[in-house]
Design a protein around this ligand. Structure first.
Ligand code: E4P
Length: 215
């Protein structure tokens, strides 16, 4: 399973890339706005650090405008994936961009039926937002299970990019369901590494080593 960072913060991206565990980056308009920099500047910075897919989201509403935005983004770096929303215009833009050889990540997906449409439109990635599904009192993981099954049934090549991840457990569940990619905020990377028994074990080793050296 590939691990992506879900952030537009360049310092975080550099930090976790140094661990060798960032296969790609996802951004969205809210994450870019939080950074207070231009989309073009930040996406170019990210694409210079990360060689894997970097998702940059369109902000217009018509298919024509989305296609124009997507074509512009694709010029910024070789590893750009254009994020289009799960709307009729977004699907039309997905087909048009895909036909031009530009890879598309269909975002804001909340049902397996939407994921089916995204795959049929030629999306390279589909992004179901599991945290937001859980917030509605439904099961984000059940949604992933359904999408993985539908894509397996019909051998779609679209990769399932699990998004809106809020806990380390969801990363494990994503891997158990054989989804292709999990994108997560920086804080989840930290939480995945940590375990109290690792810390306690390390402390014990240090103490015993020190005792031996003092003998
Ligand atoms: C994915 O591409 C999105 O940027 C992201 O996962 C949304 O997460 P949120 O629901 O925590 O905002």
């Amino acid at each position: 399973m590939k691990l992506f960072l879900d952030t537009a913060n360049i310092d975080d991206i550099k930090k976790y890339a140094a661990w060798g565990l960032v296969d790609g980056v996802t951004t969205n308009p809210s994450l870019i706005a939080k950074e207070g920099v231009s989309l073009e500047k930040r996406i170019k910075e990210i694409a210079a650090v990360i060689s894997g897919p970097v998702s940059s989201e369109v902000t217009s509403e018509t298919a024509k405008e989305m296609v124009a935005e997507g074509k512009e983004y694709a010029k910024w770096a070789k590893n750009i994936y254009v994020k289009c929303p799960m709307t009729p215009a977004g699907l039309e833009a997905t087909r048009a961009l895909t036909d031009e050889g530009i890879r598309v990540n269909v975002t804001l997906v909340f049902s397996a039926a939407q994921a089916l449409l995204a795959a049929k439109a030629g999306a390279a990635f589909v992004s179901p937002f599991i945290g937001r599904v859980d917030d509605m009192g439904q099961s984000g993981m059940q949604l992933i299970e359904e999408i993985v099954q539908v894509y397996t049934n019909y051998m779609f090549e679209t990769e399932v990019l699990v998004a809106s991840v809020r806990s380390p457990r969801q990363v494990t569940d994503t891997a158990l369901l054989e989804a292709d990619i999990c994108t997560m905020p920086a804080a989840i990377y930290d939480k995945l590494v940590k375990h109290p028994l690792t810390d306690a074990g390390l402390e014990q080793f240090k103490t015993d080593w020190q005792k031996m050296k003092n003998k």
